[in-house]
Design a protein around this ligand. Structure first.
Ligand SMILES: C[S@@+](CC[C@H](N)C(=O)[O-])C[C@H]1O[C@@H](n2cnc3c(N)ncnc32)[C@H](O)[C@@H]1O
Length: 225
């Protein structure tokens, strides 16, 4: 599946005006609960960076919980424009940048998070290494992402939802093919075990996996050595 930066940027640029609406509608607001859980499990003690921040929902959640400014990086201009307009994101400092070459210093952040973003990055291992690079030694890398659920019943629901509901509603509302891509990217995405292994290879000494909602998503929490 083609995941070059220019194509991904253009795709998110197309859906940016409707992104938040569809996100909450299509997830029945469960995504909000998942973001809060990510913040809680990450337990930040210092500066936080949210990569592939989009319109900034996870960064805003970190800012609210920590009472401090949070940096949010994304390479898609229109997503950042919408994020900057949101009242909930007043404590998010949005920066345009590529997850594969973050314009930020090494060993700087206590928590580096990414929600539903790393799956879209052209080179997964290079992206994970960048997340780890900017994390302080002893700090955490938190990855919130969809995962294939273990039980047959949840898997059938997952397939129906991502194969039928999401592309149909998403493509109609945004009048684009972006949600067909999103379906494919989720179906071809790596397993929880494989992601944990690759996070370790990228420089995390320990990775805890927290499945969410029957295993349809998970938080991988890695600690940098
Ligand atoms: C599905 S959205 C997730 C946005 C946000 N994290 C959330 O949870 O709503 C994926 C985001 O990743 C961004 N993205 C994908 N590849 C990227 C890269 N290489 N560098 C920076 N941002 C990237 C896209 O522009 C998009 O805003």
């Amino acid at each position: 599946m083609r995941k070059d930066g220019a194509t991904i940027q253009a795709m998110f640029g197309d859906i940016a005006p409707r992104y938040d609406l569809l996100n909450h509608l299509l997830s029945l607001n469960i995504d909000k609960r998942w973001r809060r859980r990510t913040v809680k499990l990450s337990a930040p003690q210092g500066p936080v960076l949210d990569v592939c921040t989009g319109t900034g929902d996870l960064a805003a959640e970190f800012a609210r919980a920590t009472n401090r400014k949070v940096v949010g990086v994304d390479f898609c201009g229109p997503m950042l424009v919408h994020g900057r307009e949101k009242k909930s994101c007043r404590d998010v400092h949005f920066v345009r940048g590529d997850a594969l070459a973050l314009p930020l210093p090494s060993d700087a952040y206590d928590v580096v998070s990414v929600a539903f973003g790393i799956r879209n990055v052209a080179d997964l291992d290079a992206g994970l290494r960048e997340l780890v690079r900017v994390t302080k030694p002893g700090g955490r890398v938190a990855v919130l992402e969809f995962t294939m659920p273990p039980s047959r019943m949840w898997r059938a629901m997952y397939g129906f939802y991502f194969g039928r509901v999401l592309p149909f509603v998403g493509n109609v509302v945004t009048r684009s093919k972006a949600y067909t891509y999103l379906n494919k990217s989720v179906m071809e995405w790596t397993t929880k075990e494989e992601l944990a292994r690759r996070l370790k290879e990228a420089g995390c000494e320990k990775v805890d996996v927290h499945p969410l909602t029957g295993g349809v998503a998970a938080i991988h929490l890695g600690t940098k050595s």
